[in-house]
Design a protein around this ligand. Structure first.
Ligand SMILES: Nc1ncnc2c1ncn2[C@@H]1O[C@H](COP(=O)(O)OP(=O)(O)O)[C@@H](O)[C@H]1O
Ligand SMILES: [Mg+2]
Length: 354
């Protein structure tokens, strides 16, 4: 039994076992991740409590219970308790437990998830190209800029009239401003200083920071999975990455009265990032109840200099993404009015590629 439990836990297919009354007796990690539910909240509950739209699913379960024959449903749409929809292929198998009672073994395959990853890879590719172009442009700008600045400095010393230095000062100041922008565009090339840390300590630090910054005008809900182990991260850089996301959430939500930020952590087994499959990853969701990302920006928010705000630089998310990528992780975003969620996946193994 322990052995089969182990196997179930480590496969990437979501599996749910129901007893004859359709109450949940087992749900593996992949199942919890797919349906975004926790083990403690679901064990023993009726299957209809797992999602908001159970009717078609219930019908099929009923059918298998009566006919005792396996059944597969393709492209079933399920509305999760959190409100968003997923599409799954679903197989129901009748099995007998050790007491001879009828159990139903339900396997769910997310078709969304597969679509999303392949789309992401395409997008990641396009973004890499854009970033490479921006980086080489930034490098090209740096050298002549240093020349302009140096010449302006020399000129200011030679000027016969003190009043004229005002102009060289403008040149120097603007050159410095441009250099700062270019440096931020190029992003930090600093090596990651990895140390084993608890992600909740980092999130709590950020929560306190935001509460202080906003003078407690916002509500921050914490939904942490306390069982998450420590894993290697660069504390300062990760703080920067998450802070950029949180600041955006705040900026977008200032116009609404009850601004609520939710910080959620979960562990997820058997998760693929790029082409690498990880045994265990840490998932961090940062959600806000603001108006959402404008439709036309949605595909481009991670690209540097893309901004929806008059005073924005468009660098925040691109910096966050590159820090997370350098941790071997993935940054995703899902947005609609009233609920925007940025999800960070970080591998929890001790080895990193970079
Ligand atoms: N939580 C959010 N809600 C709504 N829009 C967002 C959110 N996060 C990011 N955005 C949009 O993405 C754009 C890019 O964000 P970012 O890269 O941080 O640059 P900046 O904040 O300088 O504009 C923002 O200008 C905003 O339009
Ligand atoms: Mg920003």
């Amino acid at each position: 039994m322990e052995h089969s439990r182990d196997i179930l836990e480590n496969i990437s297919t979501a599996v749910i076992v129901l007893n004859k009354d359709l109450n949940v007796t087992r749900i593996n990690s992949a199942g919890q991740a797919l349906l975004e539910v926790s083990l403690t909240r679901t064990t023993g509950t009726h299957v209809s409590q797992l999602v908001l739209s159970p009717s078609q699913w219930l019908q099929s379960l009923e059918q298998v219970r009566q006919s005792n024959a396996p059944l597969t449903l393709r492209g079933l749409q399920l509305t999760l308790l959190g409100g968003h929809e997923i599409h799954v292929d679903l197989t129901i198998n009748p099995v007998l437990d050790k007491d001879g009672e009828l159990n139903l073994l339900v396997e769910l395959q997310a078709i969304d998830r597969l679509l999303r990853i392949s789309r992401e890879e395409g997008m990641a590719h396009a973004q890499e190209t854009t970033k490479a172009v921006i980086r080489s442009l930034a490098h090209e700008i740096k050298n002549p800029l240093a020349g302009v600045r140096g010449a302006a400095q020399l000129l200011s010393r030679e000027l016969p009239n003190e009043g004229l230095t005002e102009y060289t000062e403008v040149i120097i100041r603007e050159a410095d401003r441009l250099r700062d922008l270019v440096d931020r565009l190029l992003g930090s090339q600093q090596q990651l200083a990895l140390q084993d840390l608890n992600i909740h300590e980092v999130l709590e630090h950020l929560r306190m920071l935001l509460q202080a910054e906003t003078e407690n005008r916002i509500t921050i809900i914490r939904d942490y999975d306390p069982s998450l182990p420590s894993f290697p991260m660069d504390r300062a850089q990760l703080i920067q990455a998450v802070l950029n996301i949180m600041r955006n959430a705040l900026q977008a939500s200032t116009q609404i009265e009850d601004c609520v930020l939710t910080l959620r952590t979960r562990s997820q087994r058997q998760f693929t990032i790029g082409t690498k499959r990880h045994r265990l990853v840490c998932r961090i969701d940062i959600s806000d109840n603001g108006p959402g990302i404008p439709e036309e920006l949605m595909h481009a928010v991670f690209i540097p200099m893309v901004t929806g705000r008059a005073e924005g630089t468009g660098l925040g998310l691109s910096i966050s993404q590159s820090i997370i990528n350098r941790h071997g992780g993935l940054l995703e975003c899902d947005s609609r009015p009233g609920n925007t969620t940025f999800t960070i996946y970080l591998p929890m193994e001790t080895q990193h590629a970079k």
